[in-house]
Write a protein that binds this ligand. Sequence first.
Ligand SMILES: Cc1ncc(COP(=O)(O)O)c(C=O)c1O
Length: 396
Amino acid sequence: MKIELASRIRALPPYLFADIDRQKREKAIELKKSGSDLIDLGIGDPDLPTPAHIVAAMQKAAAEPRYHRYPSYEGMQGFRDAAVGWYKSRFGVSLDANKECCALIGSKEGIAHFPVAFCDPGDLVLVPDPGYPVYATWTRFVGGEVYPMPLRRENGFLPDLDAIPADVAKRAKMMWINYPNNPTAALASPDFYQRVVAFAQKNNIIVASDVAYSEIYFGKEAPRSFLEVPGAREVGIEFQSLSKTYNMTGWRIGWVCGNAEMIKGLATIKDSVDSGAFQAIQEAGIAALQDAASGKFVKDMRVLYKRRRDLFVNAMTKAGWTMAKPSATFYVWARTPKGFTSSETSGKLLEDVGVVCTPGVGFGPSGEGYVRFALSVEEKRMMEAVERIRKVKWTT
Ligand SMILES: Cc1ncc(COP(=O)(O)O)c(C=O)c1O
């Protein structure tokens, strides 16, 4: 039998990360033989465990027979109330838990399904470049057209809305924004969000904001929500995740909130795709969002990432690398050594010293000239990685 992939998969650009995974596997085997190992600064997956009070909430709930049945696809009332309550106390945004919030099986699930609800073949979607790859992939899966918005250092890694041609803006159906940003670690100001709302209103564009990293920041001012800006709820929604804030990447739980019609559209797709998140996990989510112990945990987590950031950036800068100290996220967006592309740089670090980082082009063409280091390994290993990197000879 001839098995043929659907054209939507065949049309995808070559998946750079699959190639890196293969190289990583080969290198790991080689290093093991010589008694060494890989240090992986490639994946944005926290190395520390989920806080005990959240795990305990899940353990208790998992024993409840009523939670063993199908959940509702929009999420438990208690979870939606907790999510909406968290938005009120964190951002001062009041939302209706019944119409303006929906639980997700991790924010990635909602981010993927959102274009299915709102984009027809040929629709144009404005996507940050570099950006989290799921925005562009699912635009393409539904037959949409990606219009990259370059994020440049000189603009603080914000898209230049004035540079988007008028005909493109008029044609665009949807726009993705993501601050604190993966991979550049940039922050957005309320002023930027105001400009996005005005741009969306003028051009009738749906705005999808992704704030998965909103709680990982190091300055005095906490990152803002797009939904805080007057008019935002008329044009958009926001995706939030428990993954990075509470070290819960494996649990698969997040939510989306904002415009009721957009939530309804996404929920209609979900209704035909999944049957919601396991309710014991939602109970864990409620504990994460409501228990007093979470506040201290998140504060301590920021101290930990800040310490890693300072140690890493100071040591790498001393070793001759160019990188800014990020104000948020656990990523460092570093310039590649002179004469080396992002793929050459990540390839050489892997090959020469067994250190994994992510080439900037993996996030889009404007990521060229950069690599991303994820500081999601413990301090000793992270500094060992720097020590190894220091020894690499960069001659072309
Ligand atoms: C920018 C961004 N958004 C969303 C996600 C998805 O997170 P999750 O599906 O675990 O909620 C990630 C994961 O790395 C991310 O980097």
